[in-house]
Ligand binder design. Structure first.
Ligand code: FES
Length: 95
């Protein structure tokens, strides 16, 4: 059975489930929780850009460097449509 993790949105306390083979953004949209409700889901538009403040994740789809620089990525800034969870996660908006 595919492993399920939970994702918490720091600002709102919203929590939603996300499978290990699922993009975090898709799970967020599916659950109707969190600040992002739509997007290209392809790593190009940047609307799903958030910071992962806690947990482990994996990038499974190329993130546009126009939206996430290498330095950003080291600091947990990702495109949620391009990452899958490897543990429970906490995500936060980027001011
Ligand atoms: S939804 Fe467009 S980059 Fe993630």
């Amino acid at each position: 059975m595919e492993q399920k993790f939970s994702v918490t949105v720091k600002e709102t306390g919203d929590v939603f489930p996300c499978a290990g083979d699922e993009a975090v953004l898709k799970a967020m949209i599916h659950a109707g929780r969190g600040p992002v409700r739509h997007g290209c889901c392809g790593g190009g538009c940047g609307v799903c850009r958030m910071r992962i403040v806690d947990g482990k994740w994996e990038v499974f789809k190329n993130m546009s460097r126009a939206h996430v620089g290498e330095e950003d990525e080291k600091n947990g800034i990702v495109l949620l449509c391009c990452v899958q969870p490897r543990s429970n996660l906490t995500v936060a908006r980027i001011n």
